[in-house]
Write a protein that binds this ligand. Structure first.
Ligand code: GAR
Length: 222
């Protein structure tokens, strides 16, 4: 595929869908040279489903019983095959994908995680940052590999932790930056500036041995 062909994107969600919405809007505004082919949720009650339908995006739900991992992934693969996306964006998708599934999309699946990886992999990142009294926090866009939240990090946002912060205020500050950096990194992928090669992320022909960091500590975030 040539660099001028719009990327076909599938977005996987489990929740509110604010990142999904930011990505769809960035595509429509021409900030990502991509077209969102489908939004898929693993939860029938995900608030993001209503949002993606309202945006007019093809939307599907694949609810699965706990433990029904392989059947869920079979259904997911069938849905993805029907849309043939070039890339997959995990946007608040809270289900752990199996190593074989991840390997089959290696280099074309990105995730956003609410921490400055490698710090705070896993859940409840904002709570853990507050408990540790860290002064900085943020979000990371990374390639998805079989290691949970362990793939090469491409882009991070850094925010300040304020003395009066609660989980709610801190997560809102971090999410405001997610809506900036995730579309940005997907834009690089769509332009083929961002590539997966030899198990690493490459940007503009240069291997990213450390992520690009955008500093929002002094920014007014909404
Ligand atoms: C986002 O903050 C994202 O970083 C996080 O879930 C939230 C989803 O919000 N993802 C993870 O924790 C993945 N481990 P959204 O549904 O409004 O985009």
């Amino acid at each position: 595929m040539s660099a001028s062909t719009p990327l076909k994107l599938a977005i996987l969600i489990s929740g509110r869908g604010s990142n999904m919405s930011a990505i769809v809007q960035a595509c429509r505004a021409g900030r990502i040279a991509a077209q969102v082919a489908v939004v898929i949720s693993d939860r029938a009650d995900a608030g993001g489903l209503e949002r993606s339908r309202a945006l007019g995006v093809d939307t599907g739900t694949l609810p699965a019983a706990p433990g029904a991992g392989n059947r869920f992934e079979q259904a997911l693969t069938e849905t993805l095959n029907a849309h043939r996306p070039d890339a997959i964006a995990l946007a608040g998708f809270m289900r752990i994908l199996s190593a074989p599934f991840v390997e089959s999309y290696l280099g074309c699946m990105l995730n956003i995680h609410p921490s400055l990886l490698p710090a705070y992999r896993g859940l409840h990142t904002h709570r853990r940052v507050l408990a540790a009294r860290d002064s900085e926090h943020g979000a990371s866009v990374h390639f998805v590999t079989a290691q949970l939240d362990g793939g090469p990090v491409v882009l991070q946002s850094k925010v300040a932790v304020q003395p009066a912060d609660t989980e709610t205020t801190l997560s809102a500050r971090v999410q405001a930056t997610e809506h900036i950096i995730y579309p940005e990194a997907l834009g690089w992928l769509a332009q083929r500036r961002l590539l997966w090669r030899e198990g690493a992320a490459w940007l503009d022909g240069r291997r990213l041995d450390a992520p690009i960091v955008e500093d929002f500590r002094a920014a007014a975030l909404h």
